[in-house]
Write a protein that binds this ligand. Sequence first.
Ligand code: NOJ
Length: 570
Amino acid sequence: MTKSKFIYVLALLATAIALPLSARAQQQQPVDAEGHQWWQHSVFYEIYPRSFADSDNNGVGDLKGIDLHLDYLKQLGVDAVWITPCFPSPQVDFGYDVSDYEAVDPKYGTLADFDKLVADGKKRNIKVILDFVVNHTSDKHKWFIDSRSSKISMHRDWYIWRDGKGPNEPPNNWLSTFGSPGWTLDKKTNQYYYHYFYPEQPDLNWRNPAVEKAMLDVTRFWYKRGVAGFRLDAVDTLYEDPALTDNPPAPGTDKFGRPNQIEQFNKKLPEVHDAMRKLRTVADEYGSVLIGETWTTNVNELKDYYGAKNDELQMPMDLMMTGFKGLNAKEYREHIAAVNAAGQWPVYVITNHDIVRSYTRYGDGAHNDDIAKMMAALYLTLRGSAIMYYGEEIGMENNDPKSREDVQDPIGKIGWPLEKGRDGERTPMQWTAGSNAGFSKAKPWLPVPASAQTHNVESETKDPDSVLNFYRQLLALRHKEPTLLEGDYFPLNEDDPNVFAYLRRYKGEAILVVLNMSATPQKVNLYLGPAGFTTPKISILLNNAHAPVVGTPEGLSLPPFSAMIAKITQ
Ligand code: NOJ
């Protein structure tokens, strides 16, 4: 090879290597001097598409409905929407049973509607996150239809098939978390297939490289369409013990009346982390974010999901606060201290489409709106990314079915009355006090609660004291005050059993958050000296109480369930 040819080949090689790298670097531009990425500054808003807005008036929400309300979301202060599954689906689990990963369910619209939603979002700086159901497909997915057709079909090994232990005896004792056995016998081939969720949701076999490749390709399909990331469904159930070891028993029975077991061999297997790393590698090529449905029991487990080299999920959800009973300052303080000590970027979640709404969980019947605002002041001022659930901002409450006949969610039918299912937290978004809460002209798929009369976007927009206006101001502050995005977390008054107080500190300034988590007035003396403010000046930024919080940091009087956010300067 001549010298010039050699240089030419070298240059070609360099371009080939440098191009993807520079494209990648460009997509992952930090948004601030601290090197934070876009998703660290973002407020994510979860939308259950069946229930958000019904543009074609058939009782079920759709993508056009979401598109029509982008301005509402912009005004609220939302940076990204996470849309729960909108792919073709028999809707046994309302979309979490996907029959085609690369299309849109006609109930929700078309791919063109989706593309328009992404484009309209972009105009408003609102990104779109999709929900990727990684553990299982619908039994109507073409992969499973082929898989079940014969023992030698091309897709047989894409799912988990085994012989029973004996006649009418499943391969082992694993249970479905949705109330049935974990195995269903398929008469055609006389083998059982495994499903952690409904029998209509067979588990994919992630040990098969063809499955892994197909699933990674699905993410590429959507990234190329402009999706900014995925919320990964049920990641801890991706792998099972190949030896099918029985799970050990645990004391008591579950809500379906079955003896409890420790899910040692069908959940949280270490291989999950390999899959997360592979999904992350692809996400990084597109500057995208991975949010995990990560049910963890402690902060160490949560930490593992970020990856030993920060090479797994950027945003594993901290769902632990959803399990706290009541409002206990000590419990919140300890948890948040542990999360901060772990050193990762936190992602606090207080509710979603599987969990009783926070308004219902925390409300005491007398101070419900104040409590809703106080909880907002908590999860939206902490260090980290925030994920809201649609309707939280207007104080929507659960509307649980009154009888088994009314239930739509299959687990509510199987588990009634102990388990009422999740319909209550999935009711239509309350836009107005008019018929069907302005969600649809047709009867909605789930009933609207009576509280829609008072808690709806239209009425609350007019009321300066509404939950909605509190959220709007709070989110505006979050975007305006760098301290709320960048500041460290400094706990105050750590022995107080009723008042949870902390500073977020940044560049010589701080934002003080004081939350009275009790139903009685409280007095606090917050000495800010150790935090670096010996002669602090306080100016209140936001306050939820009808009776204002009064005093200085050294002597504050706090009405029940009050939340105060103030700027502190030296
Ligand atoms: C978790 C989802 O949030 C839930 O709604 C769904 O039923 C299960 N995963 C199964 O996909």
